[in-house]
Design a protein around this ligand. Sequence first.
Ligand code: NAP
Length: 296
Amino acid sequence: MTFLKLGIIGQPLTHSLSPLLHAQLMHLLQREGEYRKYELQPSELTSALTEMAKEGVRGLNVTIPHKVAVMKQMQWLSPEAELAGAVNTIVFAENGKHWKGYNTDITGFMRSLPDAVLDQLPNSNLIILGGGGSARAVITGLIQAKAASITIAVRNPVKAISLTSDGEMVKQAYRSPTQLNLVSLASLPNLSAFQGLINTTPIGMYPDVMHSPLSITQLETLPKGAWVYDLIYRPIETQLLNDATHLGLAKFNGLDMLLYQGVCAFELWSEAEVPTALIAPLRQQLQQGLMQQSEP
Ligand code: NAP
């Protein structure tokens, strides 16, 4: 079997858990390979990708700030990446001659949702905080799953107008009835109409762990039985999730999305399925990796 040359491009990459995840995947699947971090400035992108493709790199994860910029470099985009307007996984196919862009954040997010939540999506009104790259992936997945409605709350609705127009294209592509609304984060309505709330802003992420995108007073207007999902996984329990716990709401952190987007990327690179039995040990490794990083 060929040696798998893999890596991640982004800036900064100091705390990325992807090297740990992919080292574990190679170990558990007995694949020989390496996973390297490439800290790149936007101006270095084209030359670096060309060099990597020549050197036999098979695939890359793409993170902030390159997820949109790499799209233009690809010779082929998966329909999901095109619709979401972002690429988080590159496959260098045909010995580096054919560059393919995917978005595994969409599948990663959707696979992280428990069946009870997935089953109820067609009857659920959801609110998403933030409108960046990860919000686009989340919105695309939820439209595909035919959620009843998605309200996107952003700090600058004028700047974010393309979210709803792009969302309309996703709706058409998947013949989805999902209603889309764009509102200002500063003038959020009472949340009693929503069955699920998803934070895609970085508010509350390490080191700003005392912050939350919503006050507990706002959060408590969610109805009984509602769930709160924070895409952040560092810390594992953000202030938002802590408040949700106090209010007796169901809560999910971003660790499983990270895990599943990585598993999907690895499946694309290795052209092999990752057995479900490996998910639990991989999750445990990621949790341990997070704990080790937070030690002084
Ligand atoms: P991004 O593209 O930079 O988008 C961030 C969004 O949050 C933008 O809409 C931004 O608004 C908004 N925002 C930032 N600071 C804000 C503030 N103080 N008040 C209000 N809105 C604010 O980033 P991203 O890639 O979507 O990532 C966002 C978060 O998701 C990060 O914490 C990241 O770690 C996490 N994430 C997790 C996973 C996972 O696998 N669990 C995957 C991807 C991302 P403007 O557009 O106005 O700046």
